[in-house]
Design a protein around this ligand. Structure first.
Ligand code: ADE
Length: 228
């Protein structure tokens, strides 16, 4: 998979060189390309924003640099992802869908967002998704893009060493993950649940399922099928 990121803060993405994503990059499974939007400006001040038509607070990102940048970066089959608090909510299901794509291009806006005509223009020519991380406002798309990149890239075959570890985690079966324990069997007086030491795989699976359901009922009842 190829990932391109267009941003006015390319340094934000230096951390992609470390951890699993860095390793996947080294092994050629993922390629990441970070582009500075200002490379596609032509004035002395490398201007990327201007005041909003209609008035109001804040600045809006100008369409021209975005048009040139995206024309240069978007490949034939790319999905353009625009992080925005006004987008559809990012979920594990969306991460799974995106993990099957050959190119993802992230357009990271700042200020009050990008001139709407940019999204309109590329929506008419290809696939564009406005994606929100959640119901809160970040200063820009960079942190959201990073979260989406991490959630998606770990689902690309070969990025996570043991694929079994992807199966039993939170959200994969629509529930929150059960609690995990390791040695020692007693820590500061807290014991590991005895069933986990029993060697009875059926009983362990049933206990874990019940724990997942209980956690989900308590913390995230909206995830249960009858949540309506
Ligand atoms: N940009 C600003 N806030 C955001 C959010 N909640 N999700 C995605 N992108 C954003």
């Amino acid at each position: 998979m190829r990932v391109d990121i267009v941003t006015i803060f390319p340094g934000f993405f230096d951390v992609l060189d470390v951890s699993l994503i860095g390793k996947a990059r080294d092994r050629g499974i993922l390629s990441m390309h970070v582009h500075d939007l200002r490379e596609w400006t032509h004035d002395r001040h490398r201007t990327v924003d201007d005041t909003p038509y209609g008035g109001g607070a804040g600045m809006v990102m100008k369409p021209e640099p975005w048009g040139e940048a995206l024309d240069a970066v978007l490949g034939e089959d790319a999905v353009l992802i625009v992080p925005s608090p006004a987008g559809e909510r990012f979920t594990q299901a969306m991460a799974r869908e995106l993990a099957g794509e050959s190119q993802l291009v992230f357009a990271c806006g700042r200020y009050e967002g990008i001139d709407q005509r940019v999204v309109d223009h590329y929506s008419a020519r290809g696939r564009v998704r406005l994606v929100s991380l959640g119901d809160y406002v970040l200063n820009g798309g960079e942190v959201a893009a990073m979260a989406v990149i991490e959630a998606v890239s770990r689902l690309v075959p070969g990025v996570v060493g043991n694929p079994d570890s992807l199966v039993e985690e939170s959200h994969e079966d629509g529930l929150l993950e059960y609690p995990s324990y390791t040695k020692p069997a007693v820590w500061r007086g807290h014991e590991v649940p005895p069933v986990l030491l029993s060697g009875n795989h059926g009983a362990i699976a049933a206990w874990r399922r019940e724990q997942s359901l209980e956690r989900t009922r308590t913390t995230r009842p909206d995830l249960l099928p009858d949540a309506g």
